[in-house]
Write a protein that binds this ligand. Sequence first.
Ligand code: ADP
Ligand code: MG
Length: 706
Amino acid sequence: MSSMKAPCSPEQRPVTALRGVGEALAERLRRLGVAQVQDLLFVLPLHYDDRTTLKKVRELSLGERVLVEGEVQLTQVVYRRRRQLESRIWDGSGFLTLRFFHFSGSQEKGLARGTRVRCFGEVRRGPSGFEMIHPEYRWVGRADEQVEDTLTPIYPLTEGLSQGKLRALIAEALRELDTAAVRDWIPAQVSESLDLPPLREALRYVHRPPREAQVEELAAGRHPAQRRLAFEELLAHQASLRLLKRAAKTDPAWPLDDSAAMAARLLAALPFPLTGAQARALAEVEADLRSSVPMVRLIQGDVGCGKTVVAAAAAARAVGSTAPDAPEERFQAALMAPTELLAEQHWRNLDQWFRPLGLDVALVTGSQPARTRRSALEAVANGDIRIIVGTHALFQEGIEFSRLALVIVDEQHRFGVQQRLRLREKGNKLGRFPHQLIMTATPIPRTLAMTAYADLDVSVIDELPPGRTPVRTVVVPQERRDEVVARVEQACRGQRQVYWVCPLIEESEELRSQAAEESAAALAEALPEVQVGLVHGRMPPAKKDAAMLAFKAGKIQLLVATTVIEVGVDVPNATLMVIENAERMGLAQLHQLRGRVGRGAEASTCVLLYRGPLSPLARQRLQVIRETSDGFEIARRDLELRGPGELLGTRQTGLAQLRVADLTRDADLLPRVQEAAELLIAQYPDNIAALAARWIGTAEQYGRVG
Ligand code: ADP
Ligand code: MG
């Protein structure tokens, strides 16, 4: 294969080349995936605000985000459960209340009677008519100042980076668009047949949609400019994944014969027979393991379908095999989990299954005492221990194996292309590559799997073990929140445990975490006898794990969480889950979350709290999730329902970590993406590296693949 170095170009100008971008800001930008100036152009708006027209209060409708201008009639500090600032403005057509929970004295003074303010925010229903909570606002003079002439993009943020700052940086990057800074890597013969705008035009449009832009189309991600970018992103992934698979299949691996019949012994000792689907998946895995071409297989199966035991049987085959070049040596298998908690859970299971076969299983995590870890690592390095469970982080830090033949990755849905690339680099020893087995709990229809996992072979476990009690799902309007809280109390009093999942706020992890903190405080106040815990994305991992562990141990009865709560964690005593603002979440995410309950013998309930009025689509989605518990069926319905109209939640599934594209929404582009990928591989391999650098940020790794 030809050399895959990304052609050197102004595209590689680091973001620090921009005026006012120092190391600290560059670090924050890196968290958004921005390293080069051009990367800024590919940070795409989550949605748009229309600040091009002033609205009259009389014409407002609930839930819309609008620009309003009026004169302050009254500003006062009031106490309604907590201290807050209320300011009433009049715009000649009606009154609007601005409400602030965090405010300063000068802010209060600045909103004195008679002041004219222009504010932007979401229209909500308050105790006395329409209101906005924490609107953006500024003072305006009598003579109307001008309004914006393009729609205002709202970008995803990261801590320490404001919307204003990011907008300014992107504006600067946009100015560079006129120079040759950004190249179009899609060959003309492909773009001509696409009937989509050229790259520069597309970028300019998504960052600066004109006032008359089709807002619905944009919100739905269906505008040709967005589709042009989605196409390119899908192509970047598709082409690089295919290259990767090709390269992987040319590596040599150890064929694993399981001469000690370890897998059969493990299965025979289980207290249950495998389901048909488990047996099929295992047969596919075993066929791969017998070969000297490395396995790169994904097991897709719904939450609770029993992937772990299939992985364990694969590990048993590895450790039961003899190395042809050194008959006295045995192979090793490693299992990586995304968190310490999951690692420990897996270790318990594996230990219980392997101990009777006379095999020790080592656990390696960052939080165990250094001495324990060191001795475990030693035993792994000299081959005394042959089955190792640990966290992804640990494996990345470097751990020596004596003869690693199989790597198993349990990754519920965060395992993207980047991680898969890094994994491949591991364990290449004595010129042989370990077999790889990846487990994921995000069921997607087969056609999509072919795209999302183009570098993998896929096995599907589409059947749950018998005897599960299905989770009862109820849909409840926000107005009946008090009843739900009473239900939480009742469950806790009955020695049961409860998850409370906080609303999805797209803008930032910071806002999400703040909302979770507020919910936890409010619930703790309402339920003084209940032990309330909190997990959110901004907590350090150790603290998160500690809270999860306390929940698992029953020391916390009510766990308030953002959607970060661990997928895969088993707390059978948790029988109630409440999901706030369920109408804003995607089907896949709701399904994943719900999978946290219904893991014990007791019947479980999932309460989906929603804030009306529901759009017809949101209504249908809630109905699907209420009626169906089969992840594949849900994925199918999701694809059916996902027409234009909704964007929130779709990217959360994290499939291949796409930035603009959405595999379900953009499914109709896939056949042409496949064709284009073939063309690039055959004729323009260098463009693949450039596209990968732009969209995946890993050009060097692709360089090494070739
Ligand atoms: P997941 O696929 O979500 O990782 P697990 O592997 O954690 O699911 O399995 C969920 C539970 O089902 C575990 O308690 C496991 O022991 C049990 N289990 C797995 N396979 C079977 C089976 N064939 N029959 C009965 N129980 C099973
Ligand atoms: Mg699992």
